[in-house]
Write a protein that binds this ligand. Structure first.
Ligand code: ADP
Ligand code: ADP
Length: 234
C-alpha cells in the first residue's frame, strides 16, 4: 500500500511492475478515485496543468449527452437521476473512443472512471495507468459536500456554499445538480461501496494505489496530490 496521509512527511511510492499496463511511464493515464463528492473534480484542473494530461470526467461526458438529448444521454439519464451507475457497456465504449483522440496520446486524467472492476479490466486492455489517486473522505463529509455543491454553468467551475463559496458576481447563476440531493447521495454512496470501493484493493494489488486524506482543506489536499505527482517522474 502507498499512503500519503496528512501527518506524514515522507512519501514512499512503490510501484509494482505486474504488467505493461501498470508500469509508471509519463504517457500513462492517471485515475482520480474516491466516493461522490470527495473532491475529484475540484483537484482535477491542478493535476491536469501539472501533468499536461487532459481531464476527462465521465460524469461531465454523461451530463453533456443528457443535455444534448442523444441516444446515450437518454439511456444514462434514469440511472444518473436515481444515483445508480450507468451500465458498464455504455461507459466502456465512451472511454475507449475518447482514448483514440489525438490529445490522449500522453495519457488522460480520468475523473470518475473506472468505477467497477469490469471497467478497470477494460481500461487495462487499452491503456496504462501510472497512479490511482484515492481521495478518502468519511460519509458525513461526503453528504455535506454534495448537498452544498454548486456549479457555474458558464465556466464549469465547482463551488460549495460553505467551503468554497462562489464570488458575488456569479452567485446568482450557479446551479445545483439534480442528483445532488441528500436522498440521491445515499444511493450513490451505496453504489460506491458495492461496486466501486472494491476497485481500491484491485489497484492496490497492482501497486498503483495512492491514498490521500481528503478530509482536509482543498489547498491541503491539493498539496498532498502535488507530492504524489512529483514523485511519479522518479
Ligand atoms: P467529486 O468530483 O469527487 O464528486 P467535487 O470536486 O465536485 O467532488 O467536490 C464536491 C463538493 O465539495 C464541491 O462543492 C466542492 O467545492 C467541495 N469540496 C471539494 N474538496 C473539498 C475539501 N477538501 N473541503 C471542503 N469541500 C470540498
Ligand atoms: P460524483 O463523482 O459526484 O458521483 P459524477 O459526475 O462523477 O459524480 O457522476 C455522476 C453520475 O454519472 C453517477 O452517479 C453515475 O450515474 C454516472 N457515472 C459517472 N461515471 C460513471 C462510471 N464510470 N460508471 C458508471 N456510471 C458513471
Amino acid at each position: 500500500m502507498v499512503t500519503c496521509g496528512g501527518s506524514r512527511t515522507s512519501l514512499s511510492l512503490r510501484f509494482a511492475y505486474h504488467s505493461d499496463h501498470f508500469r509508471s511511464t509519463m504517457s500513462d493515464s492517471i485515475v482520480l478515485f474516491g466516493p461522490p463528492g470527495a473532491g475529484k473534480g475540484t483537484q482535477a484542473s491542478r493535476i491536469s496543468s501539472l501533468t499536461g494530461k487532459p481531464q476527462v470526467s465521465t460524469g461531465d461526458m454523461l451530463r453533456a449527452a443528457v443535455a444534448s438529448g442523444s441516444e446515450l444521454g437518454s439511456e444514462a439519464k434514469g440511472y444518473m437521476e436515481a444515483g445508480l451507475l450507468v451500465p458498464d457497456e455504455v461507459i466502456i465504449g465512451l472511454i475507449s473512443e475518447r482514448l483514440q483522440e489525438p490529445d490522449a496520446v500522453s495519457g488522460l486524467l480520468l475523473d470518475g472512471y473506472p468505477r467497477t472492476i469490469a471497467q478497470a479490466e477494460a481500461l487495462a486492455e487499452v491503456e496504462g495507468v501510472s497512479a490511482v489517486i484515492s481521495i478518502e473522505v468519511p460519509d458525513e463529509a461526503v453528504v455535506e459536500r454534495i448537498v452544498g455543491r454548486r456549479m457555474d454553468p458558464e465556466t464549469g467551475m465547482i463551488y460549495h456554499i460553505r467551503f468554497n463559496p462562489p464570488p458575488t458576481e456569479i452567485s446568482a447563476r450557479v446551479v445545483q445538480r439534480k442528483d445532488d440531493t441528500e436522498d440521491t447521495v445515499r444511493n450513490r454512496l451505496s453504489a460506491y461501496y458495492e461496486q466501486t470501493a472494491p476497485l481500491a484493493d484491485w489497484y492496490e494489488q497492482r501497486g498503483v494505489l495512492v491514498r490521500i486524506d481528503g478530509n482536509r482543506s482543498i489547498e491541503e489536499v491539493g498539496s498532498a496530490i502535488e507530492v504524489v505527482i512529483a514523485s511519479l517522474g522518479d
